[in-house]
Design a binder for this molecule. Structure first.
Ligand SMILES: [Zn+2]
Length: 663
């Protein structure tokens, strides 16, 4: 130690280690140091733990000793971006180690720096000091050099940014947008990040955080690999611990008033509905239990049950272990009893944070109820986007794209007493679909009511002879003329793909008598229907020039989406929105063709690929296609605007005197 250079180096290292030895745990640190920026948070100001008691345990686990990998699947609003920022701040301020933030792509990575991390530095003076007081030292295109450690930025699919340097603190954010593999033999972003952590000389930490998608996603793989903790909260009235699932929310009549029923969470043990205050009191005492373990109250007094912070301290700082020994497998502490605790202490922990845990300031039960009602209504009409969004982003649960199969038996169950050639008055829009073959044409006619409720009015295989000759289409004209006498058809869509010239010739010849327009099904497209013109950009066929001036629209429809909807509608049993009605004289041949396809879902690199394919090769599916065109035609004609017949139109008469201010 005689070398003054080495001595100075040692001195510097020593004082640095003293200065930065983690003195505060992450919960204390947020309380003492963290201010939320008005630019990024709806609730700006000093950090308030009462809003997020469900995060005590994950935060404590991050700064605790044992747990190396943390995975959180959560609803959109639970504070995942803030968690990443707090880890960054805590690392720089208390627990220095090289830190790597991994985002799905370069843009999101840069945006995170600009819109979240920069405001955090600006509003937290201590943080900016670690950067020498100069916000311009925050880098997006290379490492940022804090006085205590380096911060790197990386994104999935970029092996270069994921690098091979050892990293001590890793955050993988928005993992739902990352593929399971980046192609070839390359590992996914989480695996690459994990490799960086393994080469770090001392204890490394990894956080993977996201809302979930489906079973095959990267985030779900990570969540499944952990110990899958669910938050249990005690009932204020009966002290029973329970996972507050959305399924326990129901309409509860308001007591002693004529007020309408309101949605409330109802305790499954004592059947008492919880007010929002009851729910907040319960969540403030949350205990996370790994799969297989359970917690019970050892007291009948709610006030004597431990709060979330006490439990998190017990399990993550005071080095108690929620761990059974011998045959006993029961732990009693803090007025609670834990049964069947895990036998080993977890190194990889995973949590689920559903919106049911959020503070009323961010999410109410009635707000969730309304969102769910809307999603269920859309699902009844065959649209699943909203319910998928609700499941992933509110319940924080996986949603799997289901294989769908229509069975002929189901179609038989949809047959009513009416016969072809008839459509009840509830149908407000009449449409038809035409599928052309070499010497015959398939056609079906459908009536549409509120919420896509539909009645099949007619279906025919018309023997025409060579369909290239316009004069051979007389049987089709006869069918349309017949329907002129019953109900005028609002829009007929004819398949354009089989023989564009023949279909166009028919559409043009019939113009003025019937509204017949060409349609082209594409597998999946972003919008349900795009309307081009023949010869325009949507018409990619050859011989484009010859059709240039036809002046007909060409509808390109997302056949996959319409097939999804029609098949889900067939599953609906009770009359009303979405129900499919078939006439009593529906033939087996119609049903055989209508049930010809099924939706196959396969997964590649963790992403779902959906295909509608015929159940057996070369099975005829023409009536199914005509139904899809008729459904698309109903969409084009505004089936969504048909009013709910059960709702009286609101026509309140307003008197002039009502408008004057009252005295
Ligand atoms: Zn209860």
């Amino acid at each position: 130690m005689n070398n003054p250079g080495i001595q100075a180096e040692f001195q510097r290292a020593y004082s640095a280690s003293v200065q930065y030895s983690a003195q505060l745990d992450m919960v204390e640190w947020t309380e003492q140091k963290r201010v939320l920026s008005a630019k990024t948070s709806a609730k700006a100001g000093p950090w308030q733990w009462y809003r997020v008691p469900f995060l005590f345990e994950p935060y404590m686990a991050w700064s605790g000793y044992d747990i190396r990998e943390l995975v959180i699947v959560g609803c959109t609003q639970f504070g995942k971006s803030t968690f990443s920022e707090n880890i960054l701040g805590y690392t720089v301020d208390q627990d220095p180690a090289p830190i790597l933030l991994v985002m799905p792509n370069e843009n999101q990575a840069k945006e995170r720096i600009q819109t979240r991390i920069k405001p955090m530095l600006e509003d937290n003076g201590w943080f900016l000091e670690h950067l020498g007081g100069d916000i311009n030292k925050l880098n997006v295109d290379r490492a940022t050099e804090f006085d205590s450690c380096l911060m790197f930025l990386a994104w999935a699919g970029s092996a270069a940014t994921l690098g091979d340097r050892p990293i001590g603190r890793l955050i993988v954010d928005e993992a739902k947008d990352m593929p399971r593999q980046t192609g070839g033999n390359q590992a996914d972003a989480v695996s690459l990040a994990r490799n960086r952590a393994r080469t770090y000389q001392s204890r490394s930490k990894l956080l993977v955080v996201s809302s979930p998608t489906d079973d095959y996603s990267l985030i779900n793989r990570e969540h499944e690999a952990g110990d899958k903790r669910e938050g249990k909260v005690p009932c204020r009235y009966c002290c029973a611990y329970q996972v507050p699932i959305f399924g326990n929310v129901e309409l509860v009549p308001a007591p002693d008033t004529d007020e309408p029923s309101l949605p409330a969470y109802v305790c499954p043990h004592c059947r008492r509905p919880w007010s929002e205050g009851d729910r907040m009191a319960a969540v403030a005492k949350i205990i996370y239990m790994p799969e297989g373990s359970d917690v019970f109250a050892e007291t009948g007094d709610f006030e004597d049950l431990p709060d979330a912070r006490a439990v998190a301290l017990w399990t993550h700082r005071d080095e108690f272990e929620i761990r059974g020994s011998g045959d006993d497998r029961i732990i009693r502490h803090l007025n609670i009893r834990i049964e069947n605790p895990p036998a080993t202490r977890a190194k990889e922990v995973s949590w689920r944070v559903p919106a049911m845990l959020l503070h009323t300031e961010f999410q109410t039960i009635s707000g969730l109820w309304d969102k769910h009602q809307k999603a269920e209504k859309a699902r009844a009409m065959g649209e699943t986007e909203l319910i998928q969004d609700f499941t992933n982003n509110e319940l924080a649960e996986v949603w799997n794209e289901a294989e769908i199969k229509i069975e002929e038996e189901m179609l038989t169950q949809r047959q009513d007493a009416y016969r072809t050639g008839d459509i009840p008055d509830e149908a407000k829009i009449i449409t038809a679909g035409i599928d052309m073959q070499a010497d015959h044409v398939y056609c079906s006619v459908w009536g549409w009511g509120y919420g896509f409720e539909t009645w099949l009015g007619d279906f025919q295989r018309l023997e025409t002879g060579d369909t290239k000759l316009i004069e051979n289409w007389a049987p089709v004209m006869m069918l349309l003329e017949k329907w002129d006498q019953i109900r005028k058809i609002d829009l007929i869509l004819g398949d354009y793909s089989y023989n564009p010239d023949a279909m166009l010739a028919f559409c043009v010849a019939m113009s003025g008598r019937w509204l017949i327009e060409p349609v082209q099904g594409v597998d999946w497209q972003r919008t349900l229907v795009t309307r081009g013109t023949i010869g325009g950009s949507a018409d990619k066929k050859k011989k484009r020039r010859r059709r240039k001036d036809v002046g007909l629209p060409l509808h390109r429809i997302s056949a996959g989406d319409f097939k999804d909807r029609f098949s889900r509608m067939i599953e609906i049993e009770r009359p009303g929105p979405g129900r499919v009605h078939l006439p009593a004289d529906t033939t087996d041949e119609f049903k055989h063709q209508f049930a010809s396809e099924y939706k196959h879902v396969s997964y590649k690199a963790g992403r779902a690929r959906k295909d509608w394919i015929t159940k057996t090769r070369h099975r005829p599916n023409h009536y199914w296609d005509t139904g899809i065109y008729a459904l698309a035609a109903a969409e084009i004609r505004g089936v969504r605007n048909i009013p709910d017949p059960e709702k009286e139109p609101v026509r309140k008469k307003v008197k002039l005197s009502d408008l004057r201010p009252k005295r």
